[in-house]
Write a new protein. Structure first.
Ligand code: PMV
Length: 355
């Protein structure tokens, strides 16, 4: 598929007044995206698990404007409360998608959104938020184009979501989603996420992700600033190569069910992402002392108890504890007894990946 295939061509058919609702989950990358070029295209391929419980639910209410002009007219509400501070990011998103959704300036609209996880938790809501919004716009098109297949709707939603937040394109459909063109992944593209269709051992299905909230609150570095810091970064090219090689290495690991190799790769990815931030100019340390406490506890527990468990990190201090369903009982006890004390307000969100 080419970007021009996603241009909507028959805006005159759209209703004057309509409401569209959608929801999209958060995702957690196993191989991380960090660094972009052109119009939100990734410098390397990434792959993520789609979470089940951390979601954004969005409703868009649209009303045709009497006279359209060259501006977007919209309001954003989070949990029923007006959020003018969200507008600039959404305005940038709307400008980027305008060529593919040329009808949006003819409407005034309200975006009502809510998350199933606390907004202040430090869990990025931009992936699920942009994905849910993109799905609403695609639902609008689909309502007057019955010939639009489910597969095309998912692909267009992913294509649009990417223009809001890169990782959002991995949140519009699928359970294990790849984004970025890669020689070893058939059909992969930098324009949208695709379902990982190669073999996945049962060990890596029905996985658990317990998100340990080490530090609630705003991110210290926005991801757009973070991606920009990869331009001119002394280790950027090596990092992009490493990530692409990790996709190649992950394939046989996913097929074989080997936990040790899986966690070695996934943890190295998380630490490499943070290493990029520590070595950029300016530099940032996004982990907190308790992030390291938790990581050390996980390593001790894994060595002494021989239980398959490992971690990954996003661009922040929270720790995603990954483990198979079969270890759930033991890991829950481990979390309660040894990790909760390092979480802010002893908070943890138990999510899962089911497929
Ligand atoms: O989608 P963005 O631009 O917010 O980038 C997020 C990148 C990471 O979450 C740090 C890694 C990833 O691949 O999800």
């Amino acid at each position: 598929m080419d970007p021009k295939d996603f241009i909507y061509k028959t805006p005159q058919l759209l209703p004057d007044l309509a409401i569209y609702t959608s929801e999209a989950p958060s995702n957690i990358a196993l191989v991380k995206y960090w660094g972009k070029y052109g119009e939100q295209l990734p410098k390397n391929t990434s792959i993520s698990y789609t979470l089940e419980k951390c979601k954004t639910q969005t409703e868009v209410i649209l009303k045709k404007r009497i006279e359209a002009d060259d501006q977007f007219y919209f309001e954003v509400f989070l949990d029923g409360e007006s959020k003018p501070s969200f507008k600039s990011k959404i305005d940038t998103f709307l400008k980027r998608i305008e060529v593919y959704t040329p009808f949006l300036k003819s409407f005034q609209f309200e975006i009502h959104t809510k998350n199933t996880f606390p907004h202040s938790s430090g869990i990025a809501s931009s992936a699920s938020g942009m994905a849910a919004l993109a799905k609403c716009f695609v639902a609008m098109e689909a309502s007057v184009q019955p010939e639009m297949t489910e597969a095309f709707q998912t692909q267009k939603a992913s294509f649009l979501a990417r223009l809001g937040s890169g990782s959002a394109c991995r949140s519009t459909g699928g359970k294990l989603v790849v984004w970025g063109q890669h020689q070893d992944i058939k059909g992969s593209s930098g324009f949208y996420g695709v379902d990982y269709r190669d073999e996945v051992h049962n060990n890596f299905r029905n996985f658990r992700d317990s998100i340990l909230l080490i530090d609630e609150g705003q991110k210290q570095v926005s991801s757009s600033v973070g991606h920009d810091l990869m331009h001119g970064h002394p280790f950027a090219e090596q990092r992009f190569q490493q990530a692409d090689q990790n996709i190649t290495k992950l394939k046989p690991i996913l097929a074989s069910g080997n936990f040790d190799e899986f966690f070695a790769l996934v943890e190295s990815e998380a630490l490499s992402l943070h290493a990029m931030m520590m070595t950029s100019s300016p530099y940032f340390i996004l982990m907190k002392p308790n992030t390291l406490e938790v990581i050390n506890k996980i390593w001790e527990f894994r060595t002494s108890e021989k239980v398959p468990v490992g971690f990954t990190l996003d661009a922040g201090a929270n720790v995603h504890l990954l483990y198979p369903e079969a270890s759930e009982t033991r890991i829950r006890v481990f979390i309660d007894e040894h990790l909760l004390q390092f979480c802010q307000g002893e908070k943890v969100i138990h999510d899962q990946i089911q497929f």
